[in-house]
Design a protein around this ligand. Structure first.
Ligand code: TXA
Ligand code: MG
Length: 317
């Protein structure tokens, strides 16, 4: 049988729930990027996530919950964590919190850490899936490890040769992965920038958001090279060199089949939404290098620059 036709993709929410109960992995839309979900309590399902992605086992996964009741069975929420959760959940934010001793979560999910990453997504289809399932799923982004994150169902179907059932929730609204905050000793630490910016957290919660102490690897998955297209990526480019594709922003843009503009009106949220899709489209043209216009390092632009820096990083190390 042709692998592409293993599943009549896309699948329905009820079919996805059945696959998950059987210990299979499922492509799940969220408002950030698509996730590759499996039952968080089931060692075999979680192992299947790592195997399907080719992900190193030391890199822990995010647990996705339907509601606060589900989340509080897994992690310890101190008053500060509760305040942040109440302000931004459901939404594109992940919290790294102490795991409860009796949490029913496979040890593979946390890669042996005493903390767990938790998220309540707000995408209606993800919420329906989680509430119908009645238990949490572990879900990393649904891309082969190190590659561009998927923002459409078709990206997930193609990435795994049709061998994974996928729920189609349309194009992801945010387009970059969730902001990750660790909360410890009354401090908030930014582990990964995303759509919920440090300024938003500071103004809502009233305390400073810290960057991790330098040199300390806090999110094991934040490898320097990540989110990589096949082409090389050249940052802060004013114009394309001969043979290069160009990813523009605002007025820094060029016309032509090998050119895209992340946001002609220089809107950073629109640019984030288009980022991975346009990198994919330019990469599919088979160019050796994608030149990228400067993106302002402010607001959601911080997350865009973070992902671009990883896409451009030296892949030999
Ligand atoms: O938007 C998102 O967050 C998407 C959607 C599917 O929810 N998921 C996602 O997962 O981006 P993933 O696995 O690609 O990235 C999760 C990051 C990794 O860098 C991992 O190392 C980090 O979260 N992480 C997970 N558990 C952690 C923990 N206990 N402490 C520190 N970092 C953790
Ligand atoms: Mg990822």
């Amino acid at each position: 049988m042709n692998e592409r036709h293993l599943y009549p993709n896309p699948v329905s929410v009820n079919e996805a729930v059945e696959h998950l109960h059987n210990g299979d992995v499922v492509g799940m839309p969220t408002e950030t990027v698509y996730g590759l979900a499996g039952l968080a309590s089931n060692d075999d399902a979680v192992l299947k996530i790592f195997q399907t992605k080719g992900r190193p086992r030391f890199n822990p996964l995010i647990v996705h919950c339907a509601d606060m009741t589900m989340a509080r069975e897994i992690a310890e929420f101190d008053p500060l964590a509760l305040k942040v959760a109440n302000a931004f959940w459901p939404g594109p934010l992940t919290l790294v919190l102490p795991i409860k001793a009796n949490a029913r979560i496979s040890d593979l999910v946390t890669a042996g850490l005493d903390t767990v990453a938790i998220r309540l997504p707000k995408h209606p289809m993800a919420r329906r899936l989680l509430s119908t399932l009645g238990q949490p799923v572990a879900a990393p982004s649904a891309n082969p490890s190190g590659k561009l994150s998927p923002t459409k169902a078709q990206h997930v179907i193609d990435a795994f040769g049709g061998a994974v059932p996928v729920l189609d929730g349309g194009a992801c609204e945010a387009g970059v992965e969730s902001t990750i905050l660790a909360i410890e000793n009354n401090r908030i630490i930014l582990l990964r920038p995303g759509n919920v910016t440090a300024e938003m957290v500071e103004s809502e919660i009233g305390i400073k958001v810290n960057l991790p102490d330098s040199g300390k690897i806090v999110a094991p998955g934040m490898l320097k090279s990540h989110y990589a297209p096949n082409a090389k990526v050249r940052l802060n480019a004013i114009s394309p060199n001969s043979g290069e594709a160009f990813l523009g922003f605002g007025s820094a843009a060029f016309d032509g089949p090998n050119c895209r503009n992340l946001s002609p009106k220089a809107d950073l949220a629109e640019a984030a939404k288009n980022l991975f899709q346009y990198l994919r489209e330019l990469d599919a043209m088979g160019v050796a290098t994608i030149a990228v216009a400067p993106i302002p390092i402010e607001g959601i632009g911080i997350a865009i620059n973070d992902r671009l820096a990883r896409a451009a990083a030296d892949r030999t190390t």
